[in-house]
Ligand binder design. Sequence first.
Ligand SMILES: Nc1nc2c(ncn2[C@@H]2O[C@H](COP(=O)(O)OP(=O)(O)OP(=O)(O)O)[C@@H](O)[C@H]2O)c(=O)[nH]1
Ligand SMILES: [Mg+2]
Length: 469
Amino acid sequence: MDFRLLQDTICAIATPVGEAGIGLIRTSGPGSLELARKIFKPRRPDLRLKSHTLHYGWIKDPVSGQLIDEVLLSFMAAPSTYTREDTVEINCHSGYAVLDRIVQLILANGVRLAEPGEFTRRAFLNGRIDLSQAEAVVEIIRSRSEQGLLLANRHLRGELRQVIETWRETLLQAQTTIEAYIDFTDDLSEEGEEEGPAYETLVSGLSDSVFTPLLSVLNSYDEGRVLREGLTIVLVGKPNTGKSSMLNALLGKDRAIVAAAPGTTRDVIEDSFLLSGVQVRILDTAGIRNRPDEIESFGIERTLRSVSEADVVLWLIDNSRQLTSEDMKVYEAVRDSRYLVLLNKSDLPSAFPIEKVQERFKGPAPIFRLSVKKQSDIDRLKTYMAETFIRRPLENCRSAIVPNLRQKVLLESARDALLRAFDLLRSGAYGELISFELESARTQFDAVLGWENDSDLLDRIFSQFCIGK
Ligand SMILES: Nc1nc2c(ncn2[C@@H]2O[C@H](COP(=O)(O)OP(=O)(O)OP(=O)(O)O)[C@@H](O)[C@H]2O)c(=O)[nH]1
Ligand SMILES: [Mg+2]
């Protein structure tokens, strides 16, 4: 997109095109007012198009004189507008023909169609919002849960920008201190050792005011992601332990085939349910066993792939039968994930005590004895999962700023640069090297806010928008 064209005027339909009560067409750019004067016929002929006011009248083709639609039109003078440019909004009837006719008329009067996201891109280029706020606009439009909306709104209000600006400022000050010292030592004659700047104070200052808060923003990423995108749970275990029964119980419907024969489920079965207002995607998988037939081994491969996608793995063990080497195989598949152990079939006599699981499979994972056949057990499991995987993260996120993936990657590089700077500071390295690392952390912060001019990046971000936003 060529942004030397920022001086031109753009237009787009801002509402979904189709039959509806009202359609909104908007323009942005210096030609907006002149356009409105050409194509709008106010009811009161002497009307001045006062800014930020709704005016009643008609859209009229200035060439043929034909009245096209009855509308409410507003003109908003720069800079108090979404884009910081002159803007016109036309509330008309919504239908394919009427919207199309008005847009055609606007295009015939020296205005061009906007690219996706171009209004928000102009708001960014004109300095009204930073890149994290522009991204928040997409997040708000896409939010499917109240929690996701809450997080996006904090970004839109510019909370991330505020903390990053303070961090930048602190880094700049530290850099100034270090560079002043470099200049100072350059001026020194060879006479003797001079005291360096108080390195320990610098490290602890940077650590308290930048590094620690940066880590807490990074830590909120995973929790925030679950709230925004939902939770993926994967059921695994050796054959016949009750995975498909658990899927059906959690969904409250007969989704997967349950049978006494081991090896019933051979492919991954997926469905979803709501837990505390968050969408949970749940996958039932083929049982992991030692000597699978060909189809089963394809299934097991898919099981392992699903485990790698999981936020939480539910590992089912049949408590009514002895543990075998197959359970060990499952353990190896899940041990690096976040998982819960479910000792199922507790309505039958247990073949081994619960301690045996702890002994055999070392790990801090919580263990539940339960029976899929008991509704109260299923409710207890759901309550535990809602509390642990949704409510607690939500509480943490209420006061946190949660970055998106792009921001997280940049913030991680900033964290690494700071860690290198700390090492250098402690080892008394050359000031230039330390200053370089601080600079590099600051560049990452600038990139989060979109302060370096990377038009590919902007294209990538704004292409996710819809037209008219
Ligand atoms: N008594 C009892 N039987 C259970 C329980 N859970 C599952 N079963 C039975 O165990 C058998 C296997 O259950 P499934 O849910 O098909 O087990 P699965 O883990 O999906 O098995 P595969 O798909 O073969 O890997 C069925 O006969 C179930 O009725 C339970 O809590 N108590
Ligand atoms: Mg099954």
